[in-house]
Design a binder for this molecule. Structure first.
Ligand code: FAD
Length: 350
């Protein structure tokens, strides 16, 4: 046994050196093959591009890719996927939207990260609105803020959003896409008519609930593991003319959750009495005076809110919205009626 140990460790050392060598050889081999592809000019090896693609918003995971593809069209993506698929040792490919993932979901260790946003100025689908206004065809690389601006210009809007809008359409449709509208309209992945996907075999497939439905339901919420979404057809509705926006503050957690459950229990899509938006949040006493403020809280309310936070350490906030227009002015009174029987500690209405 005493004699066997050193030779055992020597064998491990030789193997690990060999594996590292094979790894390097394979990487060099892959790099030279990548450089021979027609998309070679669109592959970046720039250290700052590699560094940026090795991290995400979370800064928890680090995974260094070999290269970053800056596609100008879906065909560039298909070319890369096809190369990996036909390689004797396929490598990882990850689509990257605005990299707001927090746990490495848009990274490709030793592989290639596709910077989807580079298609914003290329030949990918932009934002095209149907002539009858019923839907928008949107490139996977587009930011939701741009979808909002394009549709609102025509008095239209998707019904289900994320709260933060500097996220890509492909990125949130690969997660779920949630906000204060989800309780009533479902997440964004439940509000899609069809998508174009480049599959792992580099095929272009259009899918919907009635056409290639397996791929449709797998790619939506699939974290990019079932293909790369290059276009999504998003249903549109008339945008609200006006909204009543209310924030209610609670110092008692049970009151807060009871009211929240009560308000989301009215959630029929066509139920005019249901709220259009509802979201809970916390206001914490974290020392910094600005950590909970937003433009919503008027200056005259802030001393009262500060005193509540200082006293209770945590204040619970329900944010609700009701849409209305010239014909439904009474909605404002309905909102007052809805909230008249619930028991917040403080209320702010706009
Ligand atoms: C400040 C902040 C605010 C956030 N707000 C919200 C919010 O309001 N609502 C919400 O639901 N989430 C939110 N998120 C959570 C989540 O990180 C995003 O929903 C998600 O990351 C999408 O954003 P992205 O465009 O940055 O995608 P990325 O993070 O780049 O990618 C997300 C995943 O989708 C894959 N992917 C990206 N593009 C494509 C594509 N075209 N085809 C296939 N797969 C693709 C990636 O490989 C990865 O697995 C937020 C995150 C942060 C950091």
């Amino acid at each position: 046994m005493a004699v066997a140990l050193p030779s055992f460790f020597t064998a491990i050392m030789i193997m690990s050196r060999l594996m590292a060598f094979i790894g390097i050889t394979r990487n060099n081999d892959m790099s030279s093959k990548l450089q021979a592809l027609d998309i070679a000019p669109k592959l970046s090896y720039d250290p700052s591009a590699i560094e940026s693609a090795s991290q995400d918003f979370g800064h928890i995971v680090k995974a260094v890719p070999q290269a970053v593809l800056l596609p100008s069209s879906p065909w560039d993506i298909a070319s890369l996927v096809n190369f990996s698929y036909s390689n004797s040792v396929p490598f990882s490919i990850a689509a990257r939207g605005n990299s707001h993932s927090v746990n490495g979901q848009a990274m490709a260790k030793n592989g290639v990260v596709i910077d989807m946003t580079s298609m914003k100025n290329g030949n990918g689908t932009g934002i095209r609105i149907a002539s009858d206004g019923s839907y928008a065809d949107v490139g996977g690389q587009q930011f939701w803020i741009d979808v909002l601006n394009a549709t609102l210009g025509l008095g239209l809007t998707p019904v289900s959003w994320t709260d933060y809008l500097y996220l890509t359409v492909g990125g949130t449709l690969s997660n779920a896409g949630i906000s204060g509208q989800t309780f009533r309209y479902g997440p964004q992945i439940s509000n899609v008519y069809e998508i174009d996907v480049i599959t792992g075999t580099a095929d272009f497939v259009t899918c919907s609930p009635n056409n290639n439905s397996d791929l449709f339901y797998a790619a939506l919420g699939g974290l990019g593991q079932f293909g790369i979404i290059t276009r999504a057809r998003i249903p549109l509705e008339p945008a609200p003319k006006r909204v009543k926006w209310v924030r209610m503050l609670y110092t008692d957690f049970s009151d807060f959750t009871r009211d929240q459950e009560l308000l989301i229990s009215k959630n029929g899509r066509n139920d005019n009495k249901a709220l259009n938006y509802l979201e809970g949040s916390l206001l914490l006493d974290q020392g910094s005076l600005d950590n909970w403020r937003s433009s919503f809280f008027p200056p005259q309310d802030q001393p009262k809110i500060i005193s509540l936070i200082t006293k209770f350490r945590i204040v619970y906030c329900l944010e609700i919205v009701k849409h209305y227009d010239g014909q439904t002015k009474t909605t404002v009174d309905k909102v007052k009626l809805i909230i008249s029987f619930i028991c917040f500690s403080y209320i702010i209405i706009k």
